[in-house]
Design a protein around this ligand. Structure first.
Ligand code: SF4
Ligand code: SF4
Length: 363
């Protein structure tokens, strides 16, 4: 086991001040102190000093984190608690100590190139892909989450771009962005290889539009941190959509009141809290709920969902409680994982729609 000095320093820097306790979506859902950056700092600090072993329940706990970086925003030390969590995951995987559920996901990745396994077939999606198979300047990278679990949403986004008459390419098969291995293993050779393969693909386009914020983060933040860059304009879907509104997409402002659920990767890592709001303001009235923008609370994650399904649903339910208390009627998402978890837990009298659906209903 070999934690870097920075990892040890970061875990040791924790003041155990509890200031990250109230903002952790996992900890708030389970109600367990173990699910906080503070508890992880304590246990990994012991591991770094050789006073505890990185195995068993301690490793399980390392995986009970969505890497949403809410604690990073709030940590009073100015250090990044996610850093030691990711490094502990890498060391656990390399030492063969990853939990069984994680091992199975990695085995599936090794066989299929995705932790979710083979991509399900869908005729409407195949037809859309064939319409956009030709090479253009713009790659619309849909990502594993939508392609495996929400092809209808991906089709809605494709339909909107078709309505805007922009030319773009959709690949029959996409290499995974590197986000899945980064989440499960941190910085390993396999993660770098996946990100490099994806970057090589991006580099053959002038622009790459990422439907999923987590894939955009992998390409725009995580890969460059590993020295992997692509000579292409990399943009998340909400920012791309904003450039079309009022030009290629003539929306009519209606009476709908929308509230945006900021994806953590978009708001915190990519620091984009304005694009989706500009889009929604053109469509109707925008109403904010508490803990929005960079302070957003994660409402879903499809990797975490593979082994902590009930916790992920609990996170979404808590987000609904916050939204309903603020009188929210239409919650708008820009992340497939959040859309699915919020749909599965939706209370009566409210609705959840995607950003492109909000635009489509105002055309
Ligand atoms: S990254 Fe998110 S889920 Fe993980 S400890 Fe921090 S706030 Fe909790
Ligand atoms: S806010 Fe930072 S210093 Fe305070 S307990 Fe959390 S991780 Fe430790």
């Amino acid at each position: 086991m070999s934690f870097s000095n920075k990892c040890r320093e970061t875990a040791d820097a924790c003041r155990f001040c509890w200031m990250c306790r109230h903002i952790c979506p996992v900890g708030n859902t389970t109600g367990q102190e173990r699910n906080t950056a503070r508890a992880r700092a304590l246990s990994l600090s012991l591991v770094g000093r050789g006073a505890a072993e990185l195995k068993g329940d301690l490793v399980q706990n390392v995986y009970e984190c969505a890497l949403c970086r809410a604690c990073t925003e709030d940590c009073k030390t100015g250090w990044d608690p996610v850093l030691f969590t990711r490094e502990a995951r890498r060391e656990a995987v390399l030492a063969g100590e990853a939990p069984e559920a994680v091992r199975l996901l990695l085995e599936t990745y090794a066989k299929t190139g995705h932790i979710y396994g083979a991509e399900p077939r869908n005729k409407a999606f195949s037809d859309a892909q064939k319409r956009h198979a030709a090479k253009t300047d713009t790659l619309f990278y849909l990502g594993s989450d939508a392609r495996h679990f929400a092809k209808d949403k991906a089709l809605g986004a494709i339909a909107l771009l078709e309505r805007a008459k922009v030319s773009f390419t959709v690949l029959e098969k996409e290499p995974e962005s590197g986000r899945q291995l980064s989440f499960l293993c941190g910085d390993t050779k396999e993660t770098r290889d996946a990100m490099q393969a994806a970057a090589n693909l991006y580099a053959s386009y002038k622009t790459v539009v990422f439907y999923e914020p987590e894939d955009a983060r992998a390409a725009k933040q995580d890969a460059p941190e590993l020295g992997i860059t692509a000579k292409a304009k990399l943009t998340a879907f909400p920012a791309y959509l904003e450039t079309l509104i009022g030009k290629k997409l003539k929306v009519k402002k209606g009476k709908n009141v929308y509230t945006f659920q900021d994806p953590a990767a978009l708001a915190r890592a990519l620091e984009d809290v304005s694009s989706a709001r500009a889009v929604l303001s053109a469509c109707g009235e925008l109403k904010e709920m508490l803990l929005s923008g960079k302070e957003t609370v994660l409402a879903g994650d499809l990797i975490l969902d593979r082994y902590l399904h009930e916790t992920v649903l609990g996170m979404a339910k808590r987000r609904w409680d916050e939204a309903v208390n603020m009188g929210v009627k239409t919650l708008v998402t820009a992340d497939t994982a959040e859309y699915l978890a919020l749909s599965a837990t939706k209370p009566k009298g409210v609705r959840v729609i995607t950003l492109e659906e909000a635009v489509a209903e105002c055309l």
